[in-house]
Design a protein around this ligand. Structure first.
Ligand SMILES: [Zn+2]
Length: 121
């Protein structure tokens, strides 16, 4: 019974020695902007599919920013795509509402009450 967390805060089964999220190559970061809760917070973005939300089951966990438990996901491969899961207020990309959008370095993403800039490697 019980869970543990890796150093990045991903939920892990106690029997796992390595975090399956952190084993994926780092592809960039989401940087929280504005004057809300925790401006400047940096969230690592790894290759593959990562959920963004306030819940412990989100790979990119954002607390206190008006995000749904599972708010959106990022899919990072040759391209980077973000998809709104429809569980909260509409997502915006570069201040335009979007359900799904390709992302390039520097794009600005609005989720809940929070705004992020994506930095891709
Ligand atoms: Zn991890």
């Amino acid at each position: 019974m019980g869970f543990k967390y890796c150093k990045e805060g991903h939920l892990m089964d106690p029997s796992w020695r390595c975090c399956p999220v952190c084993l994926a190559p780092l592809r960039g970061w989401l940087v929280r902007m504005g004057e809300g809760d925790r401006p400047g917070a940096v969230y690592p973005v790894h290759e593959g599919k990562s959920f963004i939300g306030s819940g412990a089951d989100s790979e990119i966990r954002v607390c206190g920013g008006g995000l749904a438990r599972l708010h959106a996901y990022l899919a990072v491969g040759d391209l980077c795509t973000i998809v709104d899961l429809g569980n909260g207020p509409a997502m915006t990309v570069n201040r335009v509402e979007a359900v799904k959008s390709g992302l390039i370095d520097g794009d600005v993403i609005g989720l809940g009450d929070s705004v992020f800039r994506i930095k891709l490697l």
